[in-house]
Write a protein that binds this ligand. Structure first.
Ligand SMILES: Nc1nc2c(ncn2[C@@H]2O[C@H](COP(=O)(O)OP(=O)(O)OP(=O)(O)O)[C@@H](O)[C@H]2O)c(=O)[nH]1
Length: 343
């Protein structure tokens, strides 16, 4: 090594730099820089070496495992002037190997070098490298690439498994947030979203957007007679029937609120929607849920249907208002019926 007198810190820095360059460039001159009284601690092999020849062999193995120049991304360097003939350098860095796999670079390596002047020549008297993991090296490895690779693959598969679980949990959560807790059909939130989406779609490709509002008849009386729990079960049965009539893609049965439901029928004409709603009422009749407070003696519902071709002159709120108005008429005219269109 260069023995030109230098200010002490510059000297230590130069010693470290020479070591670093020779090590990074896989320069075999490094082998001559180790002291006859060398001791070294291999971070990955996890053992102390007292023998210069053994350390040289380890260094050769290192250079053979990765023959191309490597790179250290320096994080920190501390230089210590310990005695007239003894100096130290402690470096922290990421190791970048010229390999596709970059996982070693995620680790922070810490290298301690002690230089001693022997017969006016500075030698590396001690080298200790540590990496913050407990891995064993396989065969003739110096860098524990096989262990790290295995650990990395394990981590990646665990992350992948967790990601799948997380996606599944998110999917369930999203479904729950759009589902009515009692009837398990779409809730008001999903209805609002789908109405807005279908409205936009119908604006782009003009076609009618048709909506049926459904309301249970004399339901207060039903609750009063049979109890709230029976009322809940009746709502579940009705919801199930209504959902069976949302058959085509884009059609949606939803609980609008309380004992009121909605059936969104994109692309259906008023007449087609009326047929669907009549079928629904017939199926509800077929369930034959007794209702002593109803003139027909069964649980029935009333339906109001409206249809609009979405455009600049109307809004989703107008469609709901028109369906509500038709529903009001159905109630006024005796219930258990379908009323359609503007009055
Ligand atoms: N069991 C039960 N009842 C509900 C639920 N949501 C709303 N209701 C009841 O539905 C009834 C609706 O009563 P009203 O609005 O007076 O209407 P109605 O008695 O059905 O009369 P019409 O609609 O005019 O035929 C109320 O008694 C509410 O308590 C629910 O989730 N479960």
């Amino acid at each position: 090594m260069d023995t030109t007198p230098l200010p002490r810190l510059a000297l230590i820095r130069a010693l470290f730099e020479t070591y670093r360059q020779r090590y990074l460039n896989r320069d075999l001159r490094l082998l001559d820089d180790f002291s006859d009284n060398f001791s070294g601690y291999t971070g990955c092999g996890d053992f102390l070496v007292h023998d210069r020849a053994q350390w040289q062999a380890i260094t050769r193995t290192d250079f053979a495992q990765v023959p191309e120049p490597i790179h250290w991304e320096m994080l920190d360097l501390q230089l210590q002037d310990l005695a007239e003939d003894v100096v130290a350098a402690v470096a922290c860095f990421h190791i970048h190997l010229p390999l596709a796999a970059s996982f070693l670079a995620n680790e922070v390596a810490r290298l301690t070098l002690i230089f001693r002047r022997e017969d006016s020549v500075w030698k590396v008297a001690h080298s200790g490298i540590s990496l913050p993991y407990q891995v064993s090296t396989a065969g003739n490895e110096v860098y524990p690439l096989q262990s790290l690779n295995a650990r990395n693959q394990l981590l990646e598969s665990e992350v992948a498994a967790r990601t799948v679980e997380l996606e599944e949990a998110n999917r369930k959560l999203a479904a729950l947030s759009q589902t009515d807790g009692l009837t398990h059909i779409a809730n008001r939130r999903l209805f609002d979203t789908r109405l807005a989406e279908e409205w936009q779609r119908a604006c782009r490709h003009p076609q009618p957007l048709t909506l049926a509002m459904v309301d249970v008849d004399y339901f207060k009386h039903y609750n009063d007679t049979y109890g709230h729990l029976a009322g809940d079960q009746a709502l579940q049965a009705l919801a199930h029937q209504l959902a069976a009539h949302a058959r085509r893609s884009g059609e949606l049965a939803a609980r609008y609120g309380g004992e009121e439901f909605a059936l969104l029928l994109p692309g259906s004409s008023l007449v087609q929607a009326q047929i669907i709603c009549h079928d629904f009422l017939a199926d509800l009749d077929a369930l034959a849920l007794p209702h002593a407070g109803s003139p027909v003696g069964l649980l029935t519902a009333s339906v109001g249907v409206a249809s609009l071709v979405p455009g600049p002159d109307n809004t989703p709120a107008m469609l709901i208002e028109q369906a509500d108005a038709a529903l009001y008429r159905a109630k006024q005219q005796g219930r258990h019926r379908v009323e359609a269109g503007a009055a």
